[in-house]
Write a protein that binds this ligand. Sequence first.
Ligand SMILES: Cc1ncc(COP(=O)(O)O)c(C=O)c1O
Length: 474
Amino acid sequence: MPNKIKNDKQTTIKAPIVEALKTAYSNPTYQFHIPGHTKGLGTLPDFRNLVGKKALTVDTTDEFDNLGTLTPATGPIKEAQILAAEAFGAAKTFFLLNGSTIGNLAIAMGLTKKGQKVIVNRNCHRSILTGLIISGAQPLWIIPEKLDDWGLWGNVDAKCVEKLLEENSDVSMVWITNPTYEGVVSDIAAIAKVCKKYNVPLIVDEAHGCLWNFNEKLPQTSLKLGADIVVHSLHKTGGSMSQSSMLHISEGSKINADDVERALMLLHTTSPSLMLLGSLDAARANLQSERGQKQLSRAIANAKYLRSEIDKMKTIHQLKSGFGFKTDVTKVFIKADGLSGKRLESILEIDFGIEVESASDIGVLILCNIGNKRSDFEYLVKCLNKIDSHDYKDIYYLENKKHMPMLTPIIKKSLRDAYFSPKEVVPTKEAVGRLSGEVVAECPPGISILLPGELITEAHLPYLTDYKEIEVLI
Ligand SMILES: Cc1ncc(COP(=O)(O)O)c(C=O)c1O
């Protein structure tokens, strides 16, 4: 497996931040600095007992205990970033706090300017949109194929990218989300080829694909397929703590890494959590280790087991490769005849104590994670079999709200101009026919329902049932 991580039993896998934290823990100092909870003594004892004294002792920031600094990267943090770049197949890697969100903000802020055109798939995460509002770049939307039977967005077609590049000679970059939240994979190699032809950088928001370089049964990472920058939410599936992510610059990238680094420096907290940074270091080291490799193989085997069991069920169906696009096997999107996704989610939770990743109008998303055991899946299959053989349809479930925005936007004003235009707040029902003044994008999956400058129509109302009021342009 030439492009994937090789696991050599003889190699010691280093984790410099973890090592530095261990050293700091074993050599306590009299602490007259932040954080003021001072090893957890200055907080509620209940909280200290819940998370553990040790965790609060290593909750420190980057100025102390020879732990290095995040911006600019020095010491163990710099070393850990270099090791991460090697592991993920990048030329340079930046550790991110505040998730992939900050990575996307930094890309927009560092690499685009007011008025520049950026080709983006409409079902991107709201952090990309926020980035474009900050920079003032103008999105040229790609509306991917819609998988109506599943209520999901499909993949991005390279031909659509090429068409937009042909029609617009002044595009500054192409920014694609791959895979989708539910695991639909686009042909990044083909998109990269088109970008190369037009000499435009390709940025891939691979927030949900951080495991791909660690097992050949998973799709190829965009870093190997010609992307210039890739963003990974390690905390989503890679095993690091919530909020911790990575931004990778590829070998031979057309973009200037310094521009991204400068933006990151402005956007990042000046008190980075060493716990979160250490968890990124640990997650990468774990994925490279024999143990982590086994966990990932087990996750894939568990996913295949779950999928083969679902195939035997009569009323439960799964989204899978072969429907005209590829999928990531570890993300299992299922739907059940006669049940909305929200209803299926509540049956799983209330009747069986199972919590899934998310639910939409049509189905639920199950993640087969590296931390899950086979017995978790055996239990899930048992419960799904019960749902399959029982008639749950008779239970009426009141669900007026729609969850996965699949609308084609009617754009009347540019994103940034609309965002900074005078606005007023009106009752949502009276907003039909007006232009939105705000980004409405609920998480998960953080895909926008409405953006500033877009016409609000009757079709938006089922997605806005939780909003009594909405900001519109005056
Ligand atoms: C495609 C995509 N990109 C970026 C993000 C933002 O990631 P984070 O939660 O790590 O900030 C998300 C979050 O759900 C996402 O789905």
